[in-house]
Design a protein around this ligand. Structure first.
Ligand code: ATP
Length: 489
């Protein structure tokens, strides 16, 4: 990261804390690394992102239903899914600083440096070699790559590395009260398996026909070794996942469908297309026949925010094997090639998986702006504004009586009563109006409405738009309608 981007990112982190979006977990005990709490505005924003996703998945798609599975699952789940054997990252330690790194991360950081120095071709070559070596699990080759590109530890500055080895990322705990008799169980590292083990329950009880999807939002836990970059990589985080069950042979078509559909979801929030790109995986996970990341340009570069994976029938087949319970679906649609029903099969799966916290960071970092304002008389002023899409902003409307007397608060309260059932409003009567506007800008409130003495005469109020700072007079009975027209989806 360059100093300028580092500064902006630090400013965003400070802003998130100062304005009640995100706090370090257990801060009074000096915090717990890579674990965070959401404050009053943060929890509203997070919930709004969740609702926006949930609605777009389960309400806008007739063939997708939701579930809410438990975090704890039978331990065999994680054997069947491959997580016990495969859910690990290649790690390396620097012998001088004792710092531990994920090998792919330090190589990617080197590629970023090369790119910043104008050596894009060299950066591409480095990443291509890394992908090949990771795919072949050639750890000696990866270590040689570190030496070839003189990749050193950022703390000690040396390239004195240990060998590379795998490290499992699942947290385990005990189920049961007597230590000797208790079973090891895991905190789920992804929400997907809760969907797979319920595939037949959902298909039968909700009478779903392939192709159909099951959506879920929930916590996931990973013992990330290198957890930096604020809420980008956490040890406890939330995922919004959807598994879409399709007829074998149609997975490519559905993969392309969801690839586009999910990008459209991001763009529907008004986020700029040029900040997004797809990244196709070269090294495929053990369960996938195709995979890509949707990447966004964060302050620290293009990074994954969402994964689209064509998971084949790996998971259902594996659960069938381990549980000895058939995971088949009977498809009575007629296959034109044979003139007979498609019959029994284990469906293939396309997964869309987005990190809620990562989406939160995306919104926050894109919304944050330190703006210089040139006034009419030529003088300048500045403000920090969060240009959060109105649909998901924590507060939609701030209701501000100009003064705390002369009947203005009463009118403001009436407006509050009219609007508060429809969307989240904020009432404030303290401080000068300019100061109140700035506070609302800093938490991303798209609209402020001011009630002044003139309102008593003509029932008109001033509505101020956060982004343009334009102010207009509108009838007080049109306020609710105007706000609703910007936030409904
Ligand atoms: P990465 O390569 O960044 O570790 P991943 O490819 O392992 O991510 P997936 O298993 O595909 O991630 O998880 C799907 C989504 O969950 C990711 O796109 C990301 O948004 C989110 N996610 C994964 N791990 C974390 C984490 N430790 N903290 C926050 N979000 C995460």
């Amino acid at each position: 990261m360059s100093t300028a981007t580092e500064n902006i990112f630090q400013a965003i982190i400070s802003h998130a804390k100062e304005y009640g979006f995100v706090y370090q977990s257990s801060e009074i005990y000096d915090g717990l690394s890579a674990v965070y709490d959401y404050g009053p505005y943060g929890s509203e924003l997070k919930k709004n992102i969740k609702d926006y996703w949930w609605k777009s998945m389960t309400q806008m798609h007739q063939n997708i239903v939701g579930i809410d599975a438990a975090i704890f699952m039978h331990p065999t789940t994680w054997k069947a899914s491959g997580h016990v054997d495969n859910f690990s990252d290649p790690m390396i330690d620097n012998k001088d600083s004792q710092k531990r790194y994920r090998v792919d991360h330090i190589i990617e950081a080197k590629a970023d440096q090369l790119r910043e120095a104008g050596k894009s071709a060299e950066a591409d070559a480095l990443l291509a070699s890394m992908d090949q070596l990771l795919a072949a699990e050639d750890f000696a080759g990866l270590k040689q790559l570190l030496a070839d590109y003189q990749i050193v530890c950022s703390v000690s500055g040396t390239g004195n590395w240990t060998d590379i080895r795998q490290f499992n990322l699942m947290f385990s705990t005990q189920l049961g009260s007597v230590a000797e008799e208790s079973d090891t169980i895991y905190l789920r590292p992804e929400t997907a398996q809760g969907i797979f083990v319920n595939f037949l329950n959902v298909q039968k009880t909700a009478r779903m026909k392939v192709p159909f999807g099951i959506a879920q939002i929930g916590k996931a836990f990973r013992n990330e070794i290198v957890a930096r970059q604020f809420i980008f990589r956490m040890r406890e985080f939330e995922q919004m996942e959807m598994q879409f069950f399709v007829r074998p042979g149609t997975q490519k078509e559905w993969y392309n469908f969801w690839k586009q559909e999910r990008l459209n979801w991001h763009l529907s929030l008004g986020l700029p297309a040029e900040k997004y790109r797809y990244h196709d995986h070269v090294k495929l996970a053990h369960y996938a026949d195709a995979a890509l990341d949707i990447e966004f340009e964060f302050p620290f570069g293009f990074k994954e925010v969402e994964g689209i994976h064509s998971r084949t029938d790996f998971d259902l087949k594996s659960h069938q094997e381990f549980s000895k319970k058939k995971q088949q679906y009977f498809d009575n649609d007629i296959d034109e090639a044979t003139g007979k029903p498609y019959g029994n099969y284990i469906p293939y799966v396309i997964e869309t998986s987005i990190g809620l916290d990562r989406m939160f960071l995306l919104i926050l970092s894109h919304a944050y702006e330190e703006e210089t304002i040139t006034k009419e008389d030529g003088s300048t002023d500045s403000r920090v504004v969060l240009r959060i899409p109105a649909k998901i902003a924590p507060n939609k409307l701030a209701i501000l009586p100009l003064v705390k007397k002369d009947g203005l608060p009463e009118i403001a309260r009436e407006l509050m009563d009219e609007c508060k059932g429809a969307f989240k409003c904020f009432y404030e009567e303290k401080d000068a109006i300019g100061k109140r506007y700035r506070r609302q800008d800093a938490i991303g409130t798209p609209f402020c409405v001011t009630i002044d003495h003139q309102t008593k005469e003509d029932n008109m109020v001033t509505i101020r738009h956060r982004d343009s700072m334009v102010q207009e007079r509108i009838p007080i009975n049109k306020v609710k309608e105007l706000v609703l027209s910007h936030i409904s989806y």
